[in-house]
Design a protein around this ligand. Structure first.
Ligand code: GUN
Ligand code: ZN
Length: 433
């Protein structure tokens, strides 16, 4: 990149660790009059405005975002790129929703032109919401993966994703085979993983749509490429669990299916993790696998309530995500709000500092990418979101009585959406039009 060095002035918020409670000020840095110096797509310096300004080169361009907040860009750890036209479909629960709406929509991604058009719209939606990194399922067609990463490259965004592997219990047009899924995934991985900011993710959809032979192929691929992530779904819905147990009668439990093919580890992202048994929780902890909470999806599909305290108390790593199109919003603010309510139903009152930690550094930790994204630390990639807690009249009215940072964050989380996102930067470039 050959960008003009940029100095962003504003109120900076960045997390160092998960806040232990409302008073844990050591968990984050907050600067009322801070600045970020962006050079060549990275944060070259950060700190008090007066201290950073004097480090800036002569040709620096200054953007004053005061009084708005500058945070690391939001990270969405589970989303389906080919479901942009599935969102808001009136369906029964998971399995009917997949058969009636999702599979037909994903079939259209065999067409590269369709994939490219939806990719443009999909990234526009992410950028509008301040999301700078996402982990996506593409369709089972390699063309959809190309369209997905080509658009990310155009925008300079750090994106993760992969070809969905599925070889049964779906329309023939979507089904691959164990061998073709392995070959196509391997070729896409070779093409994209590490090209610019792209990260390839090995993506068997879930046990119901993969034969044992295909899950074995996924395990082989992961063993050959241990630097890659793997994503799949688990324990989302009672009918899904019952069918999985029928298809894999020898497994001790749902997670045992994935465990037996070597699919678990610190780079494994398991969507939903709602109905978990004790033995499964122990294996999650031992393998360092990540449980991904998808609040708007879990409510929309009537799937159940994610037990954050129970999982984290058992030593399991967690992340939070939209799961569009089972999820109903691209916004991580809306996602935090709905997540808050799910936890409220279980008497787990998530503090706003915890929520904003989760959507930024927490998700970066879950992806093992904290050295690159998720904080405002010097040396990080310059992926940022600028937030205005007075974006709408009801927000501005509520803000009249707000006195603390935590209260302001809670207003943003509870009332905010894309209107509160003033700007989104990826690799130092302002992307929001
Ligand atoms: N399980 C398998 N596929 C999917 C999907 O596309 N969305 C959700 N929410 N769950 C799934
Ligand atoms: Zn999903």
């Amino acid at each position: 990149t050959d960008q003009v060095p940029t100095l962003l002035r504003g109120r900076l918020l960045s997390f160092h660790s998960a806040p232990a409670g409302p008073q844990d000020t050591a968990a984050y840095s907050y600067l009322e009059d801070g600045a970020l110096l962006l050079i060549d797509g990275k944060i070259a310096a950060q700190g008090a405005y007066d201290a950073v300004r004097v480090q800036a080169p002569e040709n620096v361009r200054t953007v004053d975002h005061r009084p708005n907040l500058i945070l690391p860009g939001f990270i969405d750890t589970h989303i389906h790129f080919p479901q942009a036209q599935v969102i808001a479909s009136w369906a029964d629960q998971l399995l009917d929703w997949l058969n009636d709406y999702t599979f037909p929509a994903e079939m259209r991604f065999a067409d590269k032109a369709h994939s490219a058009r939806i990719a443009t719209e999909f990234y526009d939606a992410l950028v509008a919401q301040g999301t700078t990194t996402a982990v996506a399922y593409c369709s089972s067609h390699p063309a959809s993966v190309d369209a997905y990463f080509e658009e990310a490259e155009r925008r300079g965004m750090l994106m993760l994703g992969g070809k969905t592997m599925m070889d049964r219990n779906a329309p023939a047009e979507l089904c691959d085979t164990p061998q073709s899924a392995y070959d196509d995934s391997k070729a896409l991985l070779a093409k994209w993983h590490g090209r610019g900011r792209a990260h390839y993710v090995i993506t068997p959809r879930f046990a119901i749509t993969s034969t044992p032979q295909q899950l074995e192929a996924a395990g082989t691929l992961l063993k050959e490429h241990p630097g890659c992530h793997l994503q799949t779904h688990i324990n989302e819905n009672h009918n899904e669990i019952a069918l999985t147990r029928e298809l894999y009668p020898d497994a001790a439990h749902y997670l045992g299916v994935y465990e037996s093919f070597g699919l678990l580890g610190p780079k494994t992202l398991l969507g939903h993790c709602i109905h978990m048994t004790g033995p499964e929780m122990r294996i999650m902890r031992e393998t360092g696998s990540v449980a991904v909470f998808c609040p708007t999806s879990n409510l929309f599909l009537g799937s159940g309530l994610f037990d954050k305290a129970g999982l984290e108390g058992a030593g399991i790593r967690t992340a939070i995500a939209t799961d569009v199109g089972g999820g109903t919003s691209y916004s991580m603010l809306r996602t935090l709000d709905e997540g808050y309510k799910i936890l409220q139903l279980q008497r787990q009152r998530m503090h706003p500092l915890t929520g904003f930690y989760w959507a930024t550094r927490g998700n970066a930790d879950a992806l093992s990418l904290t050295d690159r994204i998720g904080t405002l630390d010097a040396g990080s990639d310059a992926d940022l979101v600028v937030l205005d807690a007075r974006a709408t009249p009801p927000m501005a009215l509520r803000m009249e009585t707000v006195e603390t940072l935590s209260e302001e964050l809670f207003v943003l989380q509870t009332l905010g959406d894309d209107r509160a996102v003033v700007q989104t930067y990826a690799a130092g470039q302002a992307l929001k039009v």
